[in-house]
Design a binder for this molecule. Structure first.
Ligand code: SF4
Ligand code: SF4
Length: 374
């Protein structure tokens, strides 16, 4: 079943430094059972991962989590990544950040900071994050990031509860003098999948949000405003799936807090064995492990993908989505209208039109423990 491994390079390394996080977003993409994860890699183990990946050609290094700021060795890791020649990006909620720490990151050579917001106002932000202080802290840190010479990169995950505020979100970004704004409609993995019913917007909500974003784009561009608004649509309203990770084991390598290496950050849910950097070299993991080779190429495909003339466009879509929704990771991603399981997506869209439950399971240690105990 395996395709003979070609020498692909892991150009993009995502270092999920920790699953610890002071917030509890109900759309978090971390695994439901994150509380059962093994011990976090040490500073030395992370540096060794960076070194090995760089040798294999990795050029971009993203620090994420959980909340990567929880790691007190973050400055050391950034400095080492810089020394190795990476372009580095910190993906953070801004909680745990202060002016001094930003200055230290700057001195250590960090290239880029992305601050995520839950909403455009304090109330919704608090409802989603579980923290009364988070919104004010995020505003302060976004301004501080810019004041210290970084481009301001903001990320809003949009869903049923905040997508109707898209105009206020964009206004806030303009007021903050953001340079890049990612308006990313929620993708349904991890906690977001658990809370899908409460989070999936209606088609009308989505279309309105996209229209308003386009209007702002045009208006701001006409004013010569440099802000870039990036609107990411959810695949639940598409008829063809995304080319997940640009191909399994082609470019992306994720290392989770306990050292498990994955071709994408959700892949641990699949019934495959994924190796750990504590036990194997990255070169072995990337080139020779079952987990990284299993879905490379197209040899694994079943019908309708196997004989589909669009297979190079999307490689059958997302393996995790196929597994979560159909129970068989070899199936076509049900987002595809050619899939016999596409009705699952259509039903979810239809459900979003009705009266949906607004109850959500928040992402925190206590709820995570319930999941891993079953
Ligand atoms: S999505 Fe929210 S809960 Fe999850 S890691 Fe980011 S800030 Fe923390
Ligand atoms: S049938 Fe498979 S390969 Fe063809 S478009 Fe759908 S998901 Fe892509």
């Amino acid at each position: 079943m395996f395709e003979t491994a070609k020498r692909r390079q892991p150009l993009w390394l995502l270092a999920e430094l920790t699953y610890k996080c002071p917030l509890q977003c109900p759309y978090c993409s971390n695994p439901l059972d994150f509380a059962s994860a093994g011990q976090e890699l040490t500073t030395e183990q992370w540096i060794d991962v960076f070194r090995q990946a760089r040798k294999m050609g990795a050029a971009q290094l993203g620090f994420s989590g959980g909340e990567p700021l929880v790691r007190q060795d973050l400055e050391i890791l950034i400095a080492e990544a810089r020394r190795l020649g990476y372009y580095t990006n910190l993906i953070t909620s801004g909680i745990g950040l202060n002016a001094q720490r930003i200055a230290h990151f700057h001195d250590a050579g960090l290239d880029h900071i992305q601050v995520s917001f839950q909403a455009s106002d304090e109330e919704v932000n608090q409802m989603l994050s579980g923290s009364a202080k988070a919104f004010a802290q995020k505003l302060k840190m976004a301004r501080e990031v810019k004041a210290q010479g970084y481009p301001m990169v903001l990320n809003f995950v949009t869903h049923r509860h905040n997508i109707d505020q898209i105009d206020r979100i964009i206004e806030l970004c303009v007021e903050l003098e953001a340079d890049y704004v990612e308006l990313a409609t929620c993708q349904y993995y991890g906690w977001a999948f658990e809370n899908r019913e409460a989070l999936l917007p209606t088609r009308a909500q989505l279309e309105r949000a996209e229209r308003i974003t386009n209007e702002y784009r045009e208006r701001l561009a006409a004013q010569g405003h440099p802000i870039k608004l990036i609107f990411v649509t959810p695949d639940y309203y598409e008829e063809r799936p995304k080319k997940c990770m640009n191909g399994w084991g082609e470019l992306f390598l994720t290392v989770t807090p306990d050292g498990t290496a994955l071709p994408c950050h959700s892949a641990r849910m699949l019934p495959l064995t994924f190796p750990n950097v504590k036990d194997h070299s990255l070169s072995h993991i990337w080139n020779d492990s079952e987990g990284f080779n299993y879905f490379r190429g197209k040899g694994w495909m079943k019908e309708p993908c196997r004989s589909c003339d669009e297979q190079d466009d999307d490689l059958g879509g997302c393996r995790c989505q196929a597994y979560m929704l159909t129970g068989d990771m070899h199936n076509a991603d049900p987002v595809c209208a050619k899939s016999e399981h596409h009705s699952l997506i259509v039903e979810a869209r239809l459900a979003a039109e009705g009266d949906v439950s607004t109850a959500m399971t928040f992402r925190n240690e206590r709820n995570s423990r319930v999941f891993f105990k079953g």
